[in-house]
Design a protein around this ligand. Structure first.
Ligand code: NAD
Ligand code: UD1
Length: 339
């Protein structure tokens, strides 16, 4: 069976993908420098699946370290999750974001070329569609103008991978454009573990519910949406992880570049998220309505027909599942992986 390297695989999406790949019979190697994660997530994935993971503490920007891993482990495909992802921080520290998020893919590609690894899947984002494309987003739409350096690093990495594949017919690339991943493994053993004040909605909601934060501010209720709050395409991280397994199955048999949206196609508003969370879990989420957050779009969601038709993938989990599993993880691990 094939050996898959997850670069940044100890993080939120990587750990769930590791579990899904092991369940599907793949072998998993993880390289992570733990800048935003803990080796505990890897131990927990081993407990959940009853299988072993080969773990390297390594910086993906270190091409020599990556070459060593490729040679030692005979890697068949790479899934590239490694990078920084805080949008606000990227506005404050653009040079650091461009340096770190672009060096990772460049080093990976150097190391892959030198060691004959020809398959790479990249964690891209719906953010590459920019501000102007009509919704729902389709893979055939052009990448748009981004509103922050984080988003530009996603757009630029897509371009780098496309150019690399154009120059090397042996290289296969899949760009997975995630919409808004939330939820956690139903065991409650792995989940999202943000450091400090969460930037994203669901971890903020769970931290208010558990009493770590006082009140959620809903950013704006004067948008042109049915209830005035922004709408997004929230996707359960376990469904997202299964999408990676399908992408691995596909890349082993197809050359060239392929792009897939991974979303449900169903938008929910911020108020709907809060109300669903309260109903499903029987807990209160204190919240107030505040001003809009700079850079937020009123609404976006995926057209995921291509992933369904080409990869044979579709989402199975509901918004109730997402809210229940997020809370289950938070309750069992009020401090994340820290004791
Ligand atoms: P995460 O921070 O939990 O995981 C990223 C992992 O990469 C962490 O374990 C971190 O320690 C590691 N890492 C970072 N830089 C590294 C480096 N130079 N060398 C080795 N390891 C490094 O984030 P996530 O939510 O799991 O996201 C995974 C990927 O998906 C990221 O590229 C992110 O930008 C992308 N993405 C995430 C979302 C989301 O909402 N979570 C949406 C779209 C795209
Ligand atoms: C953000 C990023 C996107 C990135 C994604 C995952 C922006 C503009 N976009 O998406 O590039 O890929 O995270 O990391 O930052 N909200 C509140 N109160 C909060 C937090 C969020 O009301 O405390 C609202 C936001 O206004 C938004 C929705 O909840 O309408 C979802 O926000 P968030 O989880 O941050 O995701 P996005 O902004 O969609």
């Amino acid at each position: 069976m094939s050996n898959i390297l997850l670069a940044g695989g100890a993080g939120y999406i990587g750990s769930h993908t590791a579990a899904a790949l092991l369940d599907a019979g793949y072998d998993v190697v993880i390289a992570d420098n733990f800048v935003n994660s803990s080796p505990k997530s890897v131990e927990r994935v081993e407990q959940i699946t009853g299988k072993q993971i080969v773990l390297y503490e390594a910086d993906v920007r270190d091409a020599d370290a990556m070459k060593r891993i490729f040679r030692e482990q005979k890697i068949d495909a790479v899934i590239h999750f490694a990078g920084l992802k805080a949008v606000g921080e990227s506005v404050q520290k653009p040079i650091m974001y461009y340096r770190k998020n672009l060096d990772t893919v460049l080093s990976l590609l150097d190391a892959m070329q030198e060691t004959g690894v020809n398959n790479i899947i990249f964690s891209s984002s719906a953010t590459v569609y920019g501000e102007k494309n009509p919704i729902p987003y389709l893979e055939t739409m052009p990448r748009g103008a981004c509103t922050n350096p984080y988003s530009w690093t996603k757009s630029m990495t897509e371009q780098i991978l496309e150019d690399a594949a154009k120059a090397d017919p042996e290289l296969s690339v899949i760009l997975l454009r995630y919409f808004n991943p939330i939820g956690a493994h139903p065991s409650g053993m792995i989940g999202e573990d943000p450091q400090g004040i969460p930037n994203n909605l669901m971890p903020y909601v769970t931290q208010v519910a558990v009493g770590k934060r006082e009140c959620l501010t809903i950013f704006g209720n004067d948008y042109p949406t049915p209830d005035g709050t922004c709408r997004r395409d929230y996707i359960h991280v376990v469904d997202l992880a299964r999408g990676h397994v399908k992408a691995i199955d596909y890349i082993m048999q197809h050359k060239g570049v392929a792009v897939f949206n991974l979303g449900t196609g169903i938008p929910y508003s911020v108020t709907e998220i809060v109300e669903t969370f309260e109903r499903v879990n029987g807990v209160k989420v204190n919240h107030v309505y505040g001003p809009r957050r700079a850079g937020d779009l009123p609404e976006f969601y995926a057209n995921s027909d291509k992933a369904r038709e080409v990869l044979g993938w579709q989402t199975e989990k509901t918004l109730d599942d997402m809210c229940r599993d997020s809370w289950n993880w938070q309750k069992q691990n009020p401090n994340g992986y820290r004791v």
